[in-house]
Write a protein that binds this ligand. Structure first.
Ligand SMILES: Nc1ncnc2c1ncn2[C@@H]1O[C@H](COP(=O)(O)OP(=O)(O)O)[C@@H](O)[C@H]1O
Ligand SMILES: [Mg+2]
Length: 422
């Protein structure tokens, strides 16, 4: 063990202060323990004397309303105490939502549907987490919707989804993933196929509305929607479409006044648009442009390996599965069949003959039992990864979270790839 790993630091935090730290070094572990007082990490309360572990990539803020003492063990790359935080503002937002929930509960109506928007790296996902944690700590059961297909927290990249929140997020692992509702877009950017993306957002919105209909507690608790940082041009239009699709009551705009003003201008009056400052803890830019590709692959491989989620490997015969791709190549306008619109090809279902091009790709396992467009709009059971294609024996080898058999033989190709490091 290196000397660094034994570094032990104690921090005494005054009320309304926050200890921020980052772990960057690969294979490094940092341990956090609350010694006295009360503190929380993104809305989840720390249990006194319990030790929490953080690994490379963690960017953490330990906030205290009333003051506390915490101990940090291990090598952090950045660590400091901040006296200025937007937590009071975020807490007021929670208070306003809570007010709307209480009203909704009284009249057995739908609680607030709130959408959080803003550019990349301003803390959108974090604000969602804080608001959901505060809600569930008040005994609410809100639905979390994640429309960020690049870095969503509900499933792997390339998907959007919804999750009923029944307990606060785990400090180190986030919300527990029981029975999430997941739709497969298959691209890591919503810009690749905006038509398909919007179709699935509307489908998800309808499903979420149905859930609100049938569950009284969830109905009054409402929905918190996370979005991606694509906020210009088509991205902005998509935000408007998502807001309409989910019939949002509140839009919280993080950090960007221009976006705030555009939304005030374009949203109907009954939608409250509020501006929120971002946290000073986000001032360091991610080396995003350079590392984007690498991070996405790492994300997936982490996802696949976490808790040995993909321990099973098995073969299926070509004839046992139907593999589809969504989106056909564009036809020139003059060749379009009668009645077909220019962008209809974007949502066309194309059946694939298994080939070497599938290698390392993620395939979504559809819930659909049909052979038609139902496949595009249906949510998915999970994901497998192609690790070998053998045209001679007519066999594909899959890496899967579950042993054979697959829950369904309808599979949809994702553009995302995963290289097994073993
Ligand atoms: N107050 C804070 N102090 C330090 N790091 C923070 C703070 N709030 C959020 N972070 C970290 O900053 C990173 C980016 O935040 P995130 O919520 O993912 O932004 P966005 O969703 O807008 O891209 C995350 O790793 C998160 O843990
Ligand atoms: Mg985010």
């Amino acid at each position: 063990m290196s000397e660094d790993k034994r570094i032990l630091q104690e921090f005494k935090l005054d009320p309304d202060n926050e200890l921020r730290f980052e772990v960057e070094t690969k294979n490094e572990k940092v341990y956090l323990t609350l010694k006295s007082g009360l503190a929380e990490v993104f809305g989840t309360e720390l249990v006194k004397a319990k030790t929490y572990e953080f690994t490379a990539g963690a960017k953490v803020a330990v906030y205290t309303w009333h003051g506390c003492v915490v101990e940090i063990k291990g090598k952090t790359d950045v660590i400091y105490t901040a006296k200025e935080t937007p937590m009071v503002v975020y807490s007021n937002c929670h208070g306003a939502l809570e007010f709307m929930r209480a009203d909704a509960e009284k009249d057995n109506k739908r609680g607030p549907i709130a959408m959080i928007v803003g550019p990349c790296d301003v803390g959108k996902s974090t604000v969602c987490r804080i608001l959901l944690n505060y809600a569930v700590r008040m005994g609410r059961r809100p639905i979390f919707v994640d429309l960020d297909i690049a870095q969503g927290q509900i499933s792997i990249p390339g998907t959007i989804g919804a999750l009923m929140i029944e307990r606060p997020a785990a400090i180190d692992e986030g919300f527990s993933q029981e029975a999430p509702l997941v739709y497969h877009v298959g691209h890591k950017s919503p810009a690749t196929n905006p038509t398909l993306f919007n179709m699935l957002v509307l489908q998800l919105a309808n499903t979420v509305k149905e859930r609100l209909e049938v569950n009284k507690k969830t109905r009054s608790s409402g929905v918190i929607i996370n979005t991606c940082g694509w906020i210009k041009g088509t991205g902005y239009k998509q935000l408007i479409n998502s807001a309409k699709g989910f019939e949002v009551d509140v839009i919280m705009v993080l950090d960007q006044e221009r976006l705030y003003n555009e939304l005030v201008r374009d949203m109907p009056n009954f939608v409250k648009v509020v501006f929120l400052p971002k946290s000073g803890g986000l001032n360091v830019q991610r080396v995003q442009e350079v590392n984007q590709g690498i991070r996405e692959l790492e994300n997936i491989s982490m996802e696949l390996q976490k808790n040995s989620l993909y321990p099973h490997s098995f073969d299926v015969k070509f004839s046992e599965v139907k593999i589809y791709k969504i989106g056909a190549p564009a036809l020139p306008d003059s060749c379009l069949p009668l009645g077909m619109k220019a962008d209809d090809h974007l949502t066309k279902l194309v059946m694939l003959t298994p080939n070497a091009g599938l290698l390392h790709h993620i395939l979504a396992v559809s819930f659909s039992e049909k052979d038609d467009d139902d496949i595009i709009l249906s949510h998915v059971a999970g994901f497998v990864c192609v690790t070998n294609v053998d045209p001679e024996r007519q066999i594909i080898t899959l890496l899967s979270p579950q042993p054979k058999p697959l829950p369904n033989n309808t599979l949809i190709l994702s553009e995302l790839q995963f290289m097994d490091s073993h």
